[in-house]
Each structure stands twice: as C-alpha cells, then as structure tokens.
Design a protein around this ligand. Sequence first.
Ligand code: GLC
Length: 692
Amino acid sequence: MIYRYDFGTPLETGAIVSDVPVCSGDIRHFTAETDSSGPVSLTIRPGRDDILFGLGETLRSMNKRGYLYRSWNMDDFSHTENKHGIYASHNLLLFTGECGLFGVYIDDPGDVRWDLGYTDIDLVRITSVNGNFSCYIIEEDSLTGICRTFRKLTGRSYIPPPWAFGYIQSRWGYASSEDAERVLNEHRTRHIPLDAVSMDIDYMDRYMDFTWDKDKIPDLKKLCADMRSRHARLIPIIDAGVKQLDGYSVYDEGAEKGFFCKKADGTDFVAGVWPGYSCFPDFFRPAVRTWFGRKYHAMMDAGIEGFWNDMNEPALFYTPEKLQEMRNKARELLKKDAPLTEYETLKHIGSDLPNNDEDYRRFYHVLNGKTVRHDTVHNIYGAHMTMAAAEGAKSFDPDKRFLLFSRSSFAGAHRCGGVWQGDNSSWWSHILLNLRMMPSLNMAGFLYCGADLGGFSCDTTEDLMTRWLQLGVFTPLMRNHSALGAREQEVYRFSTWQDMRSVIRVRYALIPYLYSEFMKCALTDSMMYRPLAFDYPEDPLACRVEDQVMLGEDCMIAPVYEQNARGRCVYLPEAMLMIRFRSPEDADLIPLGKGHHYIDLALNEFPLFIRRGHIIPLVKAAESTDDIDTSSLFLYGWIEKDTSFTIYDDDGFTTAPDLEKGLRHIQVSIRDGKAAAGSDGLSLSTDHLILM
Ligand code: GLC
C-alpha cells in the first residue's frame, strides 16, 4: 500500500510515474511539525533496536541508524565518515522493528536533512528545508516488498546492453587513439579480458563537450571500428558544464536559444569547471533536454555506444562573484598586519570557493513553466542530465540499448541510466563502502552500479587492487578507474597481473549468471543486492551483518577488505556451498553449515557462497562478452533434491525486453544418487554439483 501526503507546494521531481491520490488526515507513523519559516519535519521514535535501511548513495553503514545525513548533491572527492552526503540524493528510508515495517520516500528536489538518531538516539527527524514535498509511506509485508512497491511508484530500472557487464579500463589521462589502443593491446596480448576503455576529459578539445581533439583522435569512427573489430568499445565522458567560448557551436547555440540557467538579472549563470568558465544547460526544460540529447548523436554516429555523464551535481569550482570576494578580502589583508582570525577567514573563503551554497542560490531554472531558484531543485539537476542523454539515445536509435552511467542522481534517473559511486580513494575501507552502497542503491532502483575499482584518488597497492577486483567481479559495473597523478593501476602494471587476470576471468565465467539475475530483477522490480536482513528477517544475527550481501536469488558475497588479511569471518544464515576461486578452472567447493566460519583466503583466492538447494551456471571464461558461449553451462551447487534455475538470455539490444521470451529453464533431477540436467538446446555439465 502507498499513502501520499503533500506539504506546501510540491515541485515536480520527475521521480514518480504512478498516480497516487493525496491522503487527508494525519500522516501514518510520523508526527509532522511545520515551522512558519518554511521547514517541515517528520518525526518518529523507533524502538532502540529498530533498523533503518536506505538513503541510496550515502556513506557509513547499511543500517543508517545513529548519524546525520543530508540530501544535497555534492562533488566531494573525500568520502570520509564525517560527511553527510555525496553526489546523489535517494530519499527512500526503510524502517523495520518495533515501529513497524514500512518505507518513507520524500519526493523533494531540495535540501532534506535526515537526523537518524544523531541528536537523540531514540528520535528520527526528517526535515525538508523548503517544506514543499510529497511524502509517500509504503507499507508491505517485507523489506523486499517495500522496495518493489517503490519501483512501481518510480518506474522500471534502466537496462544496459550485456557488454556493460564486461571489464572496463579507465583512467583520467587517457587522451588519444594511441592511449585507447595501447590499453586494449596490453590486455589482449596478455589475454586479460576487456570490453571497453573509458576516456576521461582529456580526449576533448579544451574540455568542450561533444568535441574531440583531432590531433589526439584524428578519426573517431575508425578508432571505434578498430576497437569493435577487436571486440571492445570506447566510453567517453560528457560533463554538465558547457565551456563559455564564442565560436564553440554548443555554447553559441545554447546561448542564442536561451538554454542555459540564468541569474536574477537575466544573464547566463557562469561558473568555473574543468573547461574554465562554463554555462549550465537548464535540463528541466524538455526543449533543452532534446537539444543536449541530440548532441550525443555525432559520437553515436561515429560508433560510440556508451557514455558516462559527470560533474552534474552540478559541480561549481568557482564563480566570478566568489572569486571577486576572495580578491577583495586578500587586498584588504595585504594592507594590514593580519591577525590570525583574518588569515583563517581568507583560508576559509578559499576552501569555500567550490560548490558554495551562495552560488547555488544565484541561478534559476524553468520547471514546468515556473521559474525556480536552483537551491530549491538542486538535487534533480544531475538526474535530468541523465534523462537528456537517455532521450538522446532514444532519438538516435529507439531500439538499441546504450550504456549510460552518471555521477549525480535522484530517483527517476534509475529509469534512464546507472551510477558509479564517484571519487573514492585507494583505501581498504572503501572496498567495504563499495559493498555497502550496492544494496542501498538497489533499494532506490539503481541496479546498474559499481565503484572505481582500485580506488580513484591516492596510490593503490597491489593487494588492494586484487582484493577490490575480487569484489568488482560481482558488481554490474566493473570498472578500474583512477585519478590523474595517482599510481597507474591497470592490471598489467602489477607483478601479480596473472592473479588479477584470473579474477577478471572469473567475472567472465559468471557474466551469464550475473546478467540473468540483473535482467530478472529489472523486469520484476526486484533487487540484485540485498542486506542479509531482507532474506533472513527472523535471524537477528543476519540482520546486523554489515560486510556481506546477498547477490541474486542464489548467492551471498563476503569480500576481504583488510590489508594483509589471509581470510575473514563469515556468517552463514543457512547452509551454503562456498566456491573458493583462484580462477574459473581452479576452485575449491566446500559445503558449510549455518553459523560463523573463518574462511582462509590467500590473496589470490576469493569466495562466492551459493545457498544450499540452489544452482548457478558458469561458462567458459572469454576475453570479451562477444566471445561468451552461453550454450555450454557448468552447473555449481549443493543439492539434495530436484532443482531448477532459470537463465535469461536475449539478443541484448532490444530496449523493451520480454522476460518470458528470454527465459530458459534448466532442470536438475537426482536419480540414484546422480544428477542429470536438462534444458532445450543447452549443453549442461553437472560435474560441479555436490549431492548430499
Ligand atoms: C571527476 C570524476 C572523475 C574524473 C574527473 C576528471 O572527478 O568523478 O571520475 O576522472 O572528474 O574528469
């Protein structure tokens, strides 16, 4: 059941696709407090042990209890525990425990504060700073059910093409055809699987969107074709800000048509980002989305099939206004012997230049014909850039799936693209952060997601890279990306590259399984990653687990995330078969009972747990998704009676896949202590089935 309550004058966020009538009377579960100055708060006192899940892309634990979060999309490359939010706002929070079982979704495009027991451990206070929002209360009989209903409310998740499940190599600094070809060569000559190379801002001409530097990439079409002939693709970056430069056609057109966000005086709002001073398309206007979306066509014409959209919070490094303020302050200080406090002020102005609240109040959009100040709709800007890109892809070829992932997002964008978790660091704690964000992103509908493997900023280490890849095997987006200046971290740079190659090969052996689970989840509004509490709500130990997650219908994952650990403790909420992989061809199968286990895992080993009674298919590892043969499957599992698995396989291109048509049923029956498997047209091996 969904109950909707409106406060103030809610603004259209683009998140909701179903019509839900507005309820009158008191809001369920919460007490509403309105403040005459604008803010509206919803409060509730959950039981001391109640668990709170959700909030999508946020830091800290899966159970969000005890901290303060803020929905305010922010370009922040330092993902430390003290932060209240990063690039995205996913305003869905789930409650389970004494207070009941329900979810609350705050459909507010502006600033929302989530005090989840920070000020008072027994009090949850959700505050909409502007007080204009719709609140949806979702009641179902399971956590999974709440998330499914949320998806009914907000729409079906984006479905990428199957090649998006391949390994992607990226680095800020790849700029030219030679760079892309070199990366591909290094992988192919060593037989390290690879499906795509992603190109960062340096491929552009002076960081101008939809251009490429002709000295560095003389013939984009040829480059795409050459890479395709070697079963790989290019994924260029596109940033939100358009360089303000006369003679640059995207800028000229946008300025002439009045498509950029404006200041109160009617002039274009300008801020510095990578290209220097830039203007920001007003993506809320359908005409602007159409215009910007069609700009992707030139690269699609050249053969590009995937893009990553970045800097779309939008990130503002500085504005002329703030720079002027800083200059004035500095001049003032030059004139006198500055006391320490003045010096601190100057320092503060400097560090306050990027992404400043004052700057976010300086410009306006037109949303549904109404002029709105940016800060009141800040959190939906990136989502609308993703919508522009998706609309552009659709107008280019309505029947083809493109790969799209974005840094900033909001509910609704999950229908148009995936997300990556932004500028993490080469820290061990960020492996765990990557793991914990997967289920909360899934709750909000973002199924296609992943983090920069190896870490974006700071210098990675060989063991960190290996362990992180071992988690990346299971995330839909499996991309190694790093920052300019950080240690180069392509797999082939390391002495143990063969071990890393084995990890990536396991990924390719698992792609048909991962793709099947992904498609089944997308087409039935379910989640591919879940906290254990979703599957074992009656098991108090499982409900508190923060470093293992359920994967698909059949599996659980538990990565190693500590340096020099040669294993880890794992809690099994039921009996499971552990596959301890060293490579697809070299793995131990170990049946384990319910309970706590210490699992020994050398650096080149990582586990996958299959629930007892379930089977999963693996294939022969290939060097690209093009080369995966899904007709020969190796079944893995620990079973005692007849069982089945439903694999999903399709042409991978249609934008409106039909679940029923793609499903192939595999039946395993046990007769006289032996397993026999059957399915139309598939060759099945039962050698890896353990019968007990
Ligand atoms: C941002 C992105 C990062 C990218 C960099 C340069 O920091 O998050 O992934 O490499 O910009 O474009």
